[in-house]
Design a binder for this molecule. Sequence first.
Ligand code: ATP
Length: 338
Amino acid sequence: RPSTIDTSMPNAVELINLSCHFGSVRAVDGVSLEIRPGEFFSMLGPSGSGKTTCLRLIGGFEQPTAGRILLFGQDASRLPPYARDVNTVFQDYALFPHMNVRDNVAYALMVRGVGRAERYRRAEEMLEQVKLGGLGDRRPGQLSGGQRQRVALARALINKPRLLLLDEPLGALDLKLREEMQIELKALQRSLGITFVYVTHDQSEALSMSDRVAVFNQGRIEQLDTPKRLYEHPRTEFVARFVGSANVLEGSIIGLKGKYALRPERIRVQPGHHGGPGCLAGELLDVHYLGSQTRYEVRVGEQRLTAITSSDETDLPIGSPVTLSWDPSALRELEVSR
Ligand code: ATP
């Protein structure tokens, strides 16, 4: 467990049987969870699964239909956003276009009546922390997408909230920049020791940054675990598929009952058909060469399986017979999904 997590303090966030319904839509449907101070916590799920609504409930931008929200041990269920010790970074950044970067960042201090010299000093310090030193005079329109994202972050952090909510903050950035920012965000969160609650639909983003991840499906938490547990021990078919795109095997094709998750990278692919214990004969449907790895789509009876192996010199023609095998310990039995 990372050193920033303090177990002697009350939970930063506690949701107790929280629901938020819009008419007949159960956007959040009986969610309970606890987030510890200093934790980097992600809510992961497909579009419409309720993670944004859950974040907005924590921030006070949405009212619960039922249930309770505790922030740092205090009941905040009915508090307006400004009365919560929480800031939010929205996906569209919501910067003031007519203000320069320094004033954007210092805004929260101005509202609180902090003097000009002091707020500019702190804004400059914050800009240094997000690697934007010297850009204080620019307008948001004169910055790149990545730089605007950093301004939004600096602005949300300047009054040192105890809790920062982030709603897909890297969604507008290209892949390379996003990966750089993931590393920086995590480092920043560690050094500040602020609790982060991070919403994303990108499983690799959630796995790489988070201490723990809640996987949302249809307004409920399907599994809440560390990234490693989620990836290695998915409990349901939904989690197995959504986190790391596991194969879901019908046990019957390997002489077992129930359903099993099997990671593509745990499957070996060999040319030709040769029987043997633990081997399955299949037909190669497709091959994707990815550089260091190669992905194979293989039909086994009625099932389609994906295997990912380190690339080598082998060229397997599409339509050719192949044999799949794996170590039995790679199989994870799944609970029956809802
Ligand atoms: P996305 O990644 O697309 O933002 P999400 O997982 O964050 O999805 P939510 O935005 O929380 O999902 O939406 C959950 C459900 O609630 C969806 O069916 C959505 O259409 C609905 N919903 C959200 N906000 C409202 C609203 N203000 N009025 C009516 N329905 C809403």
